[in-house]
Design a protein around this ligand. Structure first.
Ligand SMILES: [Zn+2]
Length: 146
């Protein structure tokens, strides 16, 4: 098994009606990727689709993929947290599941990996390269007792 030290949470940043199939076509045809963008993805009804096995690499965040495990939810267009109740519930289960596989990994949102432009040790909203995953992961983990 490869070394995973980071569990990264994403959103697709698009409509919640997006299908997993259309996302896969986009990666392959539009971006020319051979690997999927995430390991697991959660549809609006809470269905989880595995796109890559844990030991495989997914293209979640350039520069971090070798040691990351990526989980995404469908939605979050324009940086709005519109997770359904099912997605919130399943995302919690998915994070716990990943944490069991990789107990020493830290859990972050994609935007938390943006460059710290002013070097103050905090990734502020003005430093985010994108809104993904459209909610504050650190606060959510606290609320979830994770
Ligand atoms: Zn992302």
């Amino acid at each position: 098994m490869r070394k995973v030290n980071r569990i990264v949470i994403h959103c697709t940043g698009a409509k919640q009606s997006q299908t997993v199939e259309s996302i896969k076509v986009f990666w392959k045809s539009s971006l020319g990727w051979n690997n999927p963008g995430y390991h697991r993805i959660i549809s609006s009804d809470g269905t989880v689709t595995e796109l890559a096995a844990p030991e495989q690499i997914a293209n979640g965040v350039a520069g971090y993929n070798a040691n990351s495990y990526h989980i995404s939810w469908i939605g979050g267009q324009n940086g709005i947290d519109n997770r359904t109740i099912e997605q919130k519930c399943v995302l919690r289960q998915e994070v716990l599941r990943a944490k069991e596989m990789f107990p020493t990994a830290i859990i972050v949102g994609h935007r938390d990996l943006s460059p710290d432009l002013n070097g103050d040790g905090v990734i502020s909203p003005n430093e985010w390269t994108k809104e993904c995953p459209s909610f504050e992961v650190k606060e959510w983990l606290k609320q979830q007792n994770i």
